[in-house]
Design a binder for this molecule. Structure first.
Ligand SMILES: *[C@@H]1O[C@H](CO)[C@@H](O)[C@H](O)[C@H]1NC(C)=O
Ligand SMILES: *[C@@H]1O[C@H](CO)[C@@H](O)[C@H](O)[C@H]1NC(C)=O
Ligand SMILES: *[C@@H]1O[C@H](CO)[C@@H](O)[C@H](O)[C@H]1NC(C)=O
Ligand SMILES: *[C@@H]1O[C@H](CO)[C@@H](O)[C@H](O)[C@H]1NC(C)=O
Ligand SMILES: *[C@@H]1O[C@H](CO)[C@@H](O)[C@H](O)[C@H]1NC(C)=O
Ligand SMILES: *[C@@H]1O[C@H](CO)[C@@H](O)[C@H](O)[C@H]1NC(C)=O
Length: 677
């Protein structure tokens, strides 16, 4: 899945800068979007009347003596996906987009969001709300200082990252305003129809699906604490995947990621897990050794006690190690600065990023079954699209259902992006009943989807054409593919930062004056988050080391025409090099996503012999690994399709390919006979 804004805040600007022009408003907006300048204002039926919630909130604001209240669209763990329970901004504004901050004063209300969501905001918000199209904190601050200079601005410290807090605090303070941390969330106090807190089961991941025991993980983190020059006495974990990983526990509190609300305070002497204690079954209690008090016994403490408990802990002679990216100001503010050890990422984040042998095997296995589901899907599309019976929604539902039938499936790993023709030019498009296009043989189609499995998380994008692609479509596709292959086969020194490496993925596009406006890849978890921090190709990701998984996903988006993305998950492995300058083994990537690309869209005449050779080897690997699994699952038709679509390319005999279907059919038949005999 294309890396989204959460990975780091400047990302959104990169995306916006590039794709702002891609977001075409529907030709006729009348009747679809609000018009607050007409008299009376025009409000489409999709708009939510927010008068009541605003007046209730303003009453609370009076009680707390503040002139403005800031409502971000996140939860207390800076999660990428949030539960209904945490959709405060959505309830307040009516606007459902995943990104956007609301601010309410006594007389005004405003929402800041990026270009992906402007049209949606105009359809969903009533005229109580102004839409602000500059979604950065400096712009919000400027607006606030203009509206209510020198007055008190309230916020919930658990919904602010430390960095966000800094960005608000400094300019507000320097212009005489007051930023006031209020631990009671004002929206929650007036949200009468608030959905309940998730209370699904929290369960132990079976040992066969874990890389090491929680006790081993705890020891490893403790030894990193001991080795650190600043001698931290404890690590505080705030991101949901940190505690889930550490204890090998999973839940279902938020969509797509199998996580549960929790914090962990891990010291040399104790382990405290802050969670809704009644959700921990006696079985899990036993597993966590909750019935004792030693350093390998887990103390279960109520989730809501975390701030007070951490504050108490800081009374001692302690030093708490935190990762800045996920810790909220709510915890940061109770720790005296001299008792803090701050890092961009906690030691758990860094350790989790490097998968051990068993975790690598688990990931590979999940990707094999995922490739089976994808192959079934591609065969189905090839047969069904020409009949004109498939649209973006039904295709998305079908691929999700195929994954659901594979062993250890636990649902999709994100909302499937299924985009036909010009819809695919929007890098973050996901279909709805309103926007869905039919899949046809005349348009390119982009499918970006993934699964959660008990043994791994998957993420793959393929772009397809079932008719006659134009020369430009073919060239653009091939260049995206060349970039994907060049980066995947790159050999680089150990500990290289991803940022310079990703140039390789863009080079074939740049050479033709093309580019894409998003990052080139992101880390991915073992039955954890689809976007796993801090691995990737951005400047604030950690250096590449052996055992990390990253997606590799260059693309090209042609405004009003089509979109291309080719995405595989790859493992960082040691490369075989003749020499070893520097003394450390050199590294390269190994694609573990094993699904062929669209032959129709590949123009090998612009590819190098090295690229073609690599591609042919990759196809051999697909045959070797996915072929037997298809047979195993008795998918003969899919097996035949796979063989046909992994035929070797050679630079000289391209004529055969362009001869078209007849040649293919012929080859396939010959091959089939060979296989079936
Ligand atoms: C809104 O209504 C006003 C007054 O009727 C009109 O001039 C304007 O064009 C409308 N704006 C849109 C976006 O339809
Ligand atoms: C919104 O609801 C309030 C009552 O809560 C009502 O007074 C007002 O007229 C409604 N506004 C619109 C535009 O329907
Ligand atoms: C309310 O805040 C203002 C500053 O905005 C301050 O002067 C005043 O004393 C506060 N009142 C209470 C009751 O806290
Ligand atoms: C804790 O979990 C229990 C059991 O699922 C649930 O009934 C209860 O409402 C939860 N409590 C809180 C404060 O969320
Ligand atoms: C914890 O220990 C007590 C006393 O030894 C025992 O009665 C209880 O059943 C234990 N609970 C669990 C969950 O093991
Ligand atoms: C989309 O339409 C289908 C068929 O009419 C319907 O079953 C489904 O619930 C709709 N989905 C949404 C999200 O509205």
């Amino acid at each position: 899945m294309a890396p989204s804004h959460w990975i780091f805040s400047t990302w959104i600007f990169i995306l916006c800068g590039c794709t702002a022009g891609l977001y075409k408003q529907p030709s006729s907006e009348e009747g679809i979007t609000r018009n607050c300048t007409s008299n009376p204002p025009y409000l489409p039926p999709t708009v939510v009347n927010t008068s009541q919630q605003l007046s209730a909130l303003r009453q609370q604001m009076r009680t707390f003596n503040i002139s403005a209240y800031i409502i971000p669209a996140t939860d207390a763990h800076m999660s990428e996906y949030i539960a209904e329970f945490d959709k405060r901004r959505e309830w307040m504004t009516g606007f459902t987009g995943s990104a956007g901050t609301a601010v309410v004063t006594m007389t005004k209300a405003a929402l800041w969001t990026d270009s992906r969501y402007w049209a949606e905001a105009e359809r969903q918000m009533d005229c109580n709300w102004e839409l602000q199209k500059t979604p950065w904190i400096s712009s919000i601050v400027e607006w606030l200082l203009n509206e209510i200079p020198g007055e008190r601005i309230g916020f919930d410290p658990f919904l602010f990252s430390i960095n966000d807090w800094n960005s608000y605090s400094e300019p507000i303070k320097s212009s005489g305003g007051i930023l006031s941390s209020i631990t009671t969330n004002l929206v929650d106090t007036v949200w009468s129809t608030r959905p309940p807190l998730p209370s699904n089961q929290i369960y132990q991941l079976r040992e066969e699906f874990t890389g090491s025991t929680w006790q081993e993980k705890v020891s490893s983190i403790r030894s990193q604490m001991s080795q650190h020059s600043q001698k931290p006495t404890a690590v505080l974990l705030s991101a949901l995947d940190e505690s889930a990983w550490l204890f090998n526990l999973r839940g279902k509190d938020i969509p797509y990621n199998p996580l549960f609300y929790s914090y962990t305070l891990l010291s040399h002497d104790f382990i405290r897990l802050f969670v809704n204690v009644t959700r921990i079954t006696p079985e899990v209690q036993k597993y966590l050794n909750t019935n004792c008090t030693g350093p390998l016994c887990v103390q279960l403490i109520d989730y809501n006690q975390v701030q007070e408990n951490v504050r108490k802990y800081t009374e001692g002679n302690v030093k708490i190690w935190i990762g800045m990216e996920y810790t909220t100001y709510g915890l940061y503010e109770v720790i005296p600065k001299e008792k803090l050890l701050t890092d961009n990422y906690s030691p758990v984040m860094k350790t989790k990023a490097v998968k051990n042998q068993k975790e690598q095997q688990l990931m590979r296995k999940s990707h094999i079954r995922d490739a089976v589901a994808m192959t079934q899907f591609l065969v189905w599309l090839e047969k069904t699209v020409p009949k004109g019976t498939v649209d973006e929604m039904s295709a998305a539902n079908y691929v999700d259902s195929l994954r659901g039938k594979q062993e250890h499936s636990a649902g999709p790993s994100f909302a499937t992006i299924s985009a036909s023709g010009l819809n695919a030019a929007l890098a973050h498009y996901s279909p709805s009943n309103k926007t869905k296009r039919k899949l046809t043989v005349d348009e390119m189609y982009l499918i970006d989807s993934g699964g959660q499995y008990l043994d791994g998380t998957t993420d793959i994008t393929r772009t397809l054409h079932w008719g006659k692609p134009t020369a430009f479509e073919k060239e653009a596709y091939t260049r995206v593919l060349m970039g994907n292959l060049d980066l995947t086969m790159l050999i680089f020194p150990s500990e290289s930062s991803g940022r310079p490496l990703e140039t390789l993925a863009r080079k074939p596009l740049w050479e033709a004056g093309l580019n894409y406006g998003h990052g080139t890849g992101h880390g991915i978890g073992n039955f954890l988050s689809i976007h796993e921090w801090p691995v990737g190709f951005q400047s604030n990701n950690i250096p590449m080391t052996k055992g990390m998984f990253t997606s590799i996903e260059p693309g090209y988006y042609h405004d009003g025409g089509f979109g291309i993305r080719i995405e595989d998950v790859a493992l960082v492995v040691e490369a075989q090099t003749k020499y070893m300058f520097g003394g450390q083994p050199y590294l390269t990537f190994e694609a573990i996503t094993l699904v062929p690309y669209d032959q129709k869209l590949i123009d090998t005449t612009i590819m190098s012999a090295t690229q073609i050779n690599y591609l042919n080897n990759y196809y051999q690997t697909i045959r070797k690994i996915i072929g037997p699994e298809l047979k195993n699952q008795k998918l003969e038709e899919e097996y035949t399709w796979l063989m046909r679509n992994t035929e070797s390319f050679s630079q000289g005999t391209l004529a055969a390919v362009s001869l078209g279907t007849m040649t293919f059919t012929l080859l396939a038949n010959v091959f089939l006979q060979r296989v079936l005999v």
